[in-house]
Ligand binder design. Structure first.
Ligand SMILES: [Zn+2]
Length: 117
């Protein structure tokens, strides 16, 4: 026998005849087809018990494809729902008092550097 024995003759993603023996039965899967507004069917394979999301990005054009019977969400309300102004985000993170302290510290640094006139 040769001293060099490869651990694996084929990469694991290739289904060798012995793969089922080695890894057991493959997990049950289901195929879900989304409909792209551009007319491209988008086939996605999920684990059989996983819940397929209502939408999936089309691989060909990048638009959002939907399950048959799922109404496309209003892109305006969904896309901008979580977006707020930078000021509103800042006010979530810091109180007015914390903001004043930080502003004072920053002004102090600017004055100390001699840049402020
Ligand atoms: Zn498409």
């Amino acid at each position: 026998m040769s001293p060099y024995v490869p651990l694996r003759a084929q990469p694991p993603w290739q289904t060798a005849p012995s793969a089922e023996k080695e890894y057991g039965e493959p997990a049950p899967r289901k195929e879900v087809i989304y409909q792209c507004p551009g007319g491209h069917p988008v086939l996605v394979v999920f684990y059989a018990e996983a819940e397929a999301p209502p939408s999936w990005d089309c691989r060909r054009c990048g638009r959002t494809a939907y399950l048959p019977g799922v109404a496309p969400e209003d892109p305006v309300t969904t896309k901008h729902q979580d977006q707020t102004t930078p000021r509103a985000q800042l006010r979530k993170r810091r109180t007015e008092e914390q903001g004043r302290v930080l502003l004072d510290e920053a002004l102090e640094r600017v004055r100390a550097s001699g840049c402020a006139r």
